[in-house]
Write a protein that binds this ligand. Structure first.
Ligand SMILES: *Cc1c(COP(=O)(O)O)cnc(C)c1O
Length: 447
């Protein structure tokens, strides 16, 4: 076999067609494994900065931290001038801890809030946090307007709000990330926009912005439809609107042969929409973008150790020490991640033969397979044959990797490492066995 496709989108020093990955952001994989243990998540700061720089044309880049909310990552994006979203009280606490300033902002004055709470509901903790810190809100249901308005009124707060609109159609790399249409729970249904504007006014709230996030991994033709819908909705609300947000959904080329998203085309599409609105109303309309995956995905690698290589009938399996407790995207969406082997010594073999393998984890669950398509169909990958003790690096895991990890099978959450300027730094310690038991009443502590 001559195709070594799986290393292409892993940051690799071994050349674009090498089936190996021996370094991550200039640091040898075995050195990372020895110092931080396996599995561990490793992020390349320069890659995050590069992706932020790509989006410079937008007035506001607002990071959807659910993709990767490690405090050091938040501090890094904040340092690069990126604002932030929060979808929970916990994410609000993270944003504040990372140095983002609370406060409602002022869209009409061109001052976007540093933190925006965006969701389809307030749970009680998030509503309390929003009121306590006077945060801007993006409402995804009419009930949110009522609940927020009822808390603002007695405080005499007349705030601007933004509405997240469900335009009645959607798109996504998987049905599970399709965020528009009747089958999606997200946003205010497009036929209820006027009702929401009136409802907001009852509480002295003004709809100052519209937001649409209609799915991840979208294509340009579809986005054109979204931008047109945004224009029509904004005109219905009228000149109180001072900002529009294109949401997230900028795709990541998980497969090395996928073309990167055309940011310039994407920008000019939305810029044209924004300009038409500004012209219609005679005032500026700010253009926000709200990427999660785009900023974080490519920066991340999950370093695992090969613990077994076994033949099962006609298929050969590589079993590694990471499972869907660490990275759930393959099991949950059939998501593709590039895979590459690093020999234990960190040196590529001169004559590496490729073979087809299923790559799986340690969990007591048959779905614990990294090489599967949506629907759970097991696939094989062309990889260098590893030996037990070699490393297998899973690429493009910086978004929705660690943040979706769990303690399933009582596995501790693993270490996270950020490499900046060739220096690896531990940015979250791995959980200990004691962390796993914390908060559970033991027999001995009851007496
Ligand atoms: C998840 C989410 C995003 C980010 O989506 P990506 O596909 O990661 O870019 C942006 N905005 C909202 C409201 C979201 O829920």
């Amino acid at each position: 076999m001559s195709l070594p496709p799986d290393s292409l989108s892993i940051a690799s020093n071994a050349g674009p067609t090498s089936p190996y990955v021996t370094q991550i952001a200039g640091v040898a994989v075995p050195a990372l494994a020895e110092r931080f243990g396996t599995p561990c998540y490793v992020y390349d700061a320069a890659m995050i900065r590069q992706r932020i720089a790509d989006l410079a044309p937008f007035d506001t880049v607002r990071y959807a931290q659910k993709a990767n909310s490690n405090l050091s990552v938040l501090r890094l994006v904040r340092g690069a001038g990126v604002l932030v979203d929060a979808v929970s009280a916990g994410e609000i606490a993270r944003a504040l801890a990372a140095g983002y300033q609370p406060g409602p902002g002022d869209h009409a004055a061109g001052q976007p809030a540093e933190i925006i709470y965006t969701a389809d509901i307030f749970d009680r903790a998030s509503l309390d946090a929003v009121i306590e810190h006077d945060l801007a809100v993006n409402c995804g249901s009419p009930d949110m307007i009522d609940q927020y308005g009822a808390r603002c009124q007695p405080l005499g707060r007349k705030r601007g709000v933004t509405l997240r609109i469900n335009p009645g159609f959607g798109h996504g790399h998987s049905q599970k990330v399709n965020t528009g249409g009747e089958g999606s729970k997200h946003g205010v249904w497009h036929e209820q926009i006027e009702m929401c504007v009136e409802r907001a006014a009852r509480y002295g709230l003004t709809v100052e912005g519209l937001h649409m996030h209609i799915g991840s991994g979208t294509d340009m033709e579809h986005l054109g439809r979204v931008a047109d819908a945004m224009q029509a909705f904004a005109l219905r609300v009228g000149p109180s609107v001072h900002a529009i947000s294109a949401g997230g959904g900028l795709s990541t080329p998980y497969r090395g042969n996928e073309p990167p998203v055309d940011v310039a085309a994407y920008y000019s599409l939305w810029d044209a929409t924004r300009r038409r609105l500004a012209e219609a109303w005679g005032h500026a309309v700010a253009l926000e973008i709200e990427p999660g995956r785009y900023l974080a995905a490519e920066s991340g690698s999950l370093v695992t150790e090969v613990r077994a290589v076994k033949q099962m009938g006609t298929k050969e399996y590589i079993l590694v020490d990471a499972g869907f407790n660490n990275l759930v995207r393959p099991a949950m969406y059939g998501a593709y991640h590039p895979l590459a082997v690093c020999p234990a010594e960190g040196v590529p073999q001169p004559s590496a033969a490729l073979a087809s393998f299923v790559v799986a984890g340690p969990l007591c669950e048959s779905g614990d397979i990294f090489t599967q398509k949506e629907g759970g169909y097991v696939e094989e990958r062309s990889l260098v044959r590893p030996r037990v003790g070699d490393y297998l690096v899973i690429g493009a895991v910086g978004a929705y990797g660690y943040t979706m990890a769990s303690n399933y099978n009582s596995k501790p959450l693993v270490a996270e490492v950020l490499i900046d300027g060739g220096e690896p730094r531990l940015i979250r310690a791995a959980q200990t066995p004691a962390d796993l038991l914390r908060g559970e009443t033991s027999e001995s502590s009851r007496d």
